[in-house]
Design a protein around this ligand. Structure first.
Ligand SMILES: [Zn+2]
Ligand SMILES: [Zn+2]
Length: 251
């Protein structure tokens, strides 16, 4: 399998390895194309060392390394742009669009951080059904407003919903809601990629990627494009379980 990974974080945001450590590990692993991203800055929550300027400092340094390593690996400079991000997207080779936050009546809540924060989100928006409806609506809006190349971790809203604690992932309404989101995203841009993100497995939150199998099957049935990504925050997790999920999901 030709290894390509388009979703890797460095110490410019909340990753644990420096850019060159990641690049050298990727070269050792035989990765052909490596896209490193930074989270975007949002005023109400800051990932790692992020400041309003650090995404651009990141892009400047990675662009310099791109030239230096060009005979060994293809490097791409990306940004993980949030619904509430205000990044100048023209400064990046590609954009992963994803929803990490929901604005509740009382404050902005993180969707994919720790359990107590997700619980507070659900209470603030009036239940789990409202939470997923807001999430999928906001994801579709993000795609329409920012036109990213990749839809990031579709169904991350399920991260803290183990044992269907906050909403029933098998319910007709949940299934209809995510199907509608996929339909609307593909109606807007049939060439967009949905990532199959193995980061939750590496970090032991889930035993399957985002999105889950039924969603992957649905995207395929609509001729949507899929792309394995690791969302690695450490160099050891580059291309995490790509062989396994390529086979499992027949990608
Ligand atoms: Zn993310
Ligand atoms: Zn990420």
């Amino acid at each position: 399998m030709i290894l390509r990974d388009f979703h890797v974080h460095s110490t410019y945001c909340d990753g644990r390895c420096e850019l060159e450590e990641i690049i050298n590990t990727a070269i050792e692993k035989g990765v052909k194309t490596l896209g490193i991203v930074s989270h975007c800055y949002t005023p109400f929550h800051v990932y790692g060392r992020l400041t309003p300027d650090s995404v651009y400092e990141f892009s400047k340094e990675l662009n310099a390394l791109k030239a230096r390593y060009s005979d060994k690996i293809e490097l791409l400079v990306g940004v993980e742009e949030d619904y509430f991000g205000e990044t100048d997207l023209s400064k990046f080779d590609y954009v992963i669009g994803d929803v990490h936050y929901i604005k509740g009546p009382s404050k902005y809540h993180s969707i994919d951080y720790v359990y107590p924060e997700f619980k507070a989100l659900v209470e603030d928006v009036g239940g789990g059904v409202n939470a997923y409806k807001i999430y999928y609506e906001q994801l579709v809006k993000l795609v329409k407003e920012k036109n990213p190349h990749i839809v990031g971790h579709f169904d991350i809203i399920s991260k803290n919903n183990n044992d269907n604690e906050f909403f029933d992932e098998e319910s007709e309404d949940y299934i209809a809601t995510w199907k509608k989101a996929i339909d609307e995203i593909l109606a807007f841009n049939k060439d967009i990629y949905f990532e199959v993100n193995t980061g939750g497995i590496a970090r032991k939150y889930k035993d399957r990627p985002y999105p889950r199998k039924e969603m992957v099957e649905y995207i395929k049935s609509k001729n949507g494009k899929l792309l394995l990504t690791s969302d690695a925050h450490h160099k050891d997790n580059l291309c995490f379980e790509f062989e396994k999920w390529k086979k499992e999901f027949d990608l």
